[in-house]
Design a protein around this ligand. Structure first.
Ligand code: 2F8
Ligand code: CA
Length: 393
């Protein structure tokens, strides 16, 4: 089997030399004249077995280099592809944002375009109406011109009508201009109102927030008020209870004070003598009748008034020569007690009172034995002991 490539002539010399044929025989290349590359023959019996191993080594290395180059080229292509993919992703994100912004702008422009379209339609209608009016006028004018050939009077009348119509048209034009101005002013007012509406919307939002805040504060204050109301009611109850307790304590205090005062009144001072309902003080020195009475008054008492036989016996038992509360210094012979009451029951000694040497004050004589025969009148300026009495009831 031949694997090389030959340029051959099939062994025939007479064939046209220009018809060179090539054969592939064992990876050797021949033609009919000479081998394309020098080869070494293996033997005489095998004319087509030619050794060409020298170029196999170079072709293997070339194939390896070629493979390596292919790998490098593929890696570069992949890297370039990834780099371009990242750039495309970034560009895609940017384009997405720009697309969204453009979409928003597009929506806004669509709204504005619709508004402008509405205004345009309105102006178009107005323009068409004016155009119609103008066409009507032109027709009338043409009719007038056509009828210009009519008699002069009719022409003049038509001319007058034409002039009138021209004036009316001018007035309409003026009205149109005025309306256009008014429309522009209304547009300006509309824009101003839009701004004011936005400001009012903002103010409304702020007021709504403040209202919500105030509502919350109001709820808090209501809760605090209710709590304070509850506390106040509790305090009122406690105050009423305390007031009741205070009133009870005040009554008890007053009762105790009354009892205390009663006890104080019923109690005799130290060194005084108590008998029945009176306390008695017996002096330890001697004074005149008036000074003795003042001493008793200074002690919250007075010179003793003897109201009964038992009291007389008590005074006598003190065994003291002493002044008591009886005198006739105001009216001689009319004896009165120190409280102003007249003397009704007396316990004078025999022969007394005798006003001996001007005697107007009474004393108890302790030298006498009979307790109910014991009084004597002596001069008031004499110094004697005295007996005070404080009545308890
Ligand atoms: O005899 C009665 C007479 O006795 C005395 O005077 C002398 C008495 N005087 C005095 O005690 C100071 C009198 O009063 C009394 O009447
Ligand atoms: Ca006397």
């Amino acid at each position: 089997m031949y694997k090389g490539i030959y340029e051959y002539t099939n062994g025939f010399e007479d064939e046209e030399p220009n018809e060179i044929k090539t054969m592939d025989v064992d990876d050797h290349i021949y033609n009919n004249k000479r081998p394309i590359m020098p080869c070494k023959k293996n033997g005489a019996g095998d004319q087509h077995s030619v050794s060409c191993q020298w170029w196999k080594r170079y072709s293997g290395a070339a194939a390896g280099c070629l493979g390596l180059l292919c790998v490098l080229l593929l890696a570069g292509i992949i890297g370039l592809f990834l780099y371009q993919r990242d750039q495309l992703q970034t560009s895609y994100n940017t384009l997405t944002k720009e697309r969204d912004q453009l979409q928003t702008s597009y929506n806004t422009l669509t709204k504005e375009r619709d508004q402008l379209q509405t205004s345009y339609n309105t102006l178009t209608k107005e323009r068409d109406q004016l155009q119609t009016s103008n066409n009507t006028l032109i027709k009338e004018r043409d009719q007038l011109q056509t009828s210009n050939k009519t008699p002069t009077k009719e022409r003049d009348q038509l001319q007058t009508s034409y002039n009138t119509l021209i004036k009316e048209r001018d007035q309409l034009q003026t009205s149109y201009n005025t309306l256009t101005k008014e429309r522009d002013q209304l547009q300006t007012s509309y824009n101003t109102l839009i701004k004011e509406r936005d400001q009012l919307q903002t103010s409304n939002n702020n007021l709504t927030a403040e209202r919500d805040h105030l509502h919350t504060s109001s709820n808090n204050l209501t809760d605090e008020r209710d709590q304070l109301q509850t506390t106040n009611n509790t305090l009122i109850k406690e105050r009423d209870q305390l007031q009741t307790s205070y009133n009870t304590l005040t009554k008890e205090r007053d009762q105790l004070k009354t009892s205390y005062n009663t006890l104080i009144k019923e109690r005799c001072p130290q060194d005084w003598i108590r008998s029945c309902c009176s306390c008695y003080y017996i002096s330890t020195n001697e004074k005149t009748w008036d000074l003795s009475r003042k001493d008793c008054q200074a002690r919250g008492a007075n010179l003793v008034i003897i109201n009964s036989r038992e009291e007389q016996a008590l005074i006598k038992a003190f065994n003291k020569r002493a002044w008591f509360g009886l005198t006739d210094k105001e009216v001689e012979g009319t004896w009165r007690w120190v409280d102003g009451t007249p003397l009704t029951t007396s316990y004078w000694n025999k022969g007394e009172p005798n006003d001996f040497e001007g005697e107007d004050c009474a004393l108890v004589d302790n030298t006498l034995k009979d307790p109910v025969v014991a009084w004597n009148d002596v001069p008031c300026n004499h110094k004697n002991g005295w007996i005070c009495e404080r009545q308890l009831c």
